[in-house]
Write a protein that binds this ligand. Sequence first.
Ligand code: HEC
Ligand code: HEC
Ligand code: HEC
Ligand code: HEC
Ligand code: HEC
Length: 458
Amino acid sequence: MRKVGYVLTVLVAVAAAARAGDPAESHPFFPSLLNTATGKPVKSTAFYPPSKCKGCHAEIFDQWKGSMHSNAYRDPVFQALWKLANKETNGLTDKLCAGCHTAVGTVSEEVRMGDDGEFHVSEIAEEGVQCHVCHSVVGTRMLETPTTMPQNASIVVDPSLVMRGPYDDAKPMWHKAAYSELHTKAEFCGNCHNVFHPLNNFHIENTYNEWKFSVYAQKGIVCQDCHMMPVEKAIEVARTLQKPKNPGKASPMGPDRDNVFTHEFVGGNFTVTALLGADKHAEIAKKRLKSAAGLELLLPGEADEGDIARFTVRVHNVGAGHNLPTSLTEVRQMWLDVKVTDASGQALYRSGALDEDYNLQEGTVLFRAESVDAQGRHTIKPWEIVRFAYNTTIPPKGYADREFAFLVPDDAKGPVRVEVKLRYRSYPQAVANLLLGDEAPVLPIVDMAQAEGTIPLD
Ligand code: HEC
Ligand code: HEC
Ligand code: HEC
Ligand code: HEC
Ligand code: HEC
């Protein structure tokens, strides 16, 4: 009897392990979908530090240093939310977040929460999304994910002396090189730029998916064509829908190349980049934001004193290869600041102003996703999010109309002036205060676009 019991237990265990999608079995770093070539942990010392690459790729190193990739682990906003997640989920999210923010710390299983309430990893794992992480990627696991989209670090890394990249004829001295088509595709980036909840499968961050169903994907324009190009060239890519050319050298020791890809990886983050001293990256982020949107004012031919006047503001996503804003759309703030005055300077209408605590005035028009928990209550904690109640982000090359109305007083002096700005900041001030405490700066704002016009009075 005892023996049968034992055999049964073993059979049940084998069957359980073989069950399709058993996370612990097929994803050794679960809840992250990151993996290594052997499916076993790899020591962090298997990865070369970026300083090693600097010797022969100085220009690329200088571009990467200060990028949000180089700061993906140190980023104080990330650290604050990661620590809160650790506390509220009893550590269940540690590896999920680490898989993308420090792949080295994840595959080496170094990530530890210390008694001091801080996370600890080795120095090389603190380098975030670094050279050897990306150039040791040997495959994507996108077809093994719940939606067959790349997501939650669905990559396989195999750190060795073979650097994977876009060339099929590179002959470096110290390391070896191998051609990787994956590195030239959006799926490469999408593995980390799509975040879903590993228990309810809800997609919280969708940058890759937004791109995938856009005109950019249809034209073969990938993330690299905008985010690994000088900003002026990226703006042309969005305008013309043509792939860029950026001749140069991958290393002073290498031949001239038709195309080299820059490594600043700048998006919209001009706040944390500046906070961590990367002023160059912050400046590029502002340029990108200012190139992303267009504003149109649709004003009536005239308005009457004593009556309600209406006008429409149209916001175009002209420059982003995904929704505007994208990614942490439940947190980022992109809003309309609308001011209406009459010819004597009398204020007739205002929306989108900041209050004395730097929070947005009630009723402000924002383009964002409202994330909610299982009870339908507002939350921005990723581990609680089960769905979006609404999503008003603007699709690539799409637009959104918002109507405004105000009362024209009997004593108004014509013409009435309408001034509109599209403004952006990385977080609501209250969220920054919550996460960063006393060290929270007053958040800077970028004006992405502006428009103005007048309405004659009858
Ligand atoms: C987020 C991932 C990522 C990181 C981090 C990264 N690279 Fe790259 N790198 C790429 C991709 C993707 C390409 C190829 C782009 C293409 O051809 O479409 C590339 C291209 C290259 C090339 C070929 C020449 C060129 O510029 O196109 C070299 C050399 C290189 N990287 C070195 C480095 C070094 C050195 C670092 C660190 C200082 C680094 N990379 C960090 C993703 C990365
Ligand atoms: C699939 C990869 C992935 C996973 C998993 C992931 N992140 Fe991120 N995270 C990103 C990317 C990519 C960005 C940058 C997006 C952007 O800037 O718009 C980001 C940005 C952030 C930011 C904003 C940082 C800033 O400076 O504005 C915070 C905070 C953050 N992540 C926290 C977390 C936490 C906490 C977890 C785990 C619960 C987590 N992330 C899991 C990829 C991931
Ligand atoms: C001793 C000099 C040297 C060092 C150190 C060095 N590289 Fe290279 N690397 C080169 C040269 C030369 C090339 C060839 C450039 C070409 O053919 O255009 C190259 C090419 C590459 C390529 C392109 C491979 C391909 O087939 O597309 C990548 C990626 C790369 N290096 C990454 C790295 C990374 C990451 C590091 C640090 C871990 C590093 N390199 C360190 C000299 C070096
Ligand atoms: C190993 C995971 C990983 C890969 C692969 C990856 N990224 Fe990222 N990326 C991140 C994380 C994590 C952050 C956010 C860091 C933060 O905000 O703390 C980020 C940030 C960024 C940002 C800055 C966002 C901002 O708010 O300014 C851009 C742009 C970006 N990535 C583009 C790319 C592109 C393009 C590729 C493909 C060539 C790529 N990434 C591949 C993980 C990754
Ligand atoms: C046509 C050019 C273009 C393409 C293609 C493109 N982007 Fe962007 N991206 C932009 C611009 C412009 C911004 C700044 C406006 C914004 O924040 O959305 C941006 C912003 C971002 C941000 C920062 C979002 C934030 O505000 O926190 C991330 C992350 C990002 N892109 C990743 C990607 C990834 C991943 C891909 C490919 C799947 C991609 N981008 C394709 C132009 C592009």
